[in-house]
Design a protein around this ligand. Structure first.
Ligand code: SF4
Length: 62
């Protein structure tokens, strides 16, 4: 599983960072960035939860 954050859609709410800080972190502008785009299998459930929790659908599975 691969994941990406669409910076144009992210509003920096922090939901994804709260759910899975091994994959998502805040960048210098307070928006989410992916730090582990090749998601390890043991984190896939958390990432899927983050995808579903994002209010702007900014997290894209690839
Ligand atoms: S949940 Fe979505 S809008 Fe919120 S910080 Fe993460 S990517 Fe951005």
């Amino acid at each position: 599983m691969k994941v990406n954050v669409n910076k144009d859609a992210c509003i920096g709410c922090g939901a994804c960072v709260s759910i899975c800080d091994k994959v998502f972190e805040f960048d210098d502008e307070g928006m989410s960035k992916v730090v582990n785009s090749d998601v390890p299998s043991d984190l896939e459930a958390d990432v899927k939860e983050a995808v579903e929790s994002c209010p702007t659908a900014a997290i894209e599975e690839e």
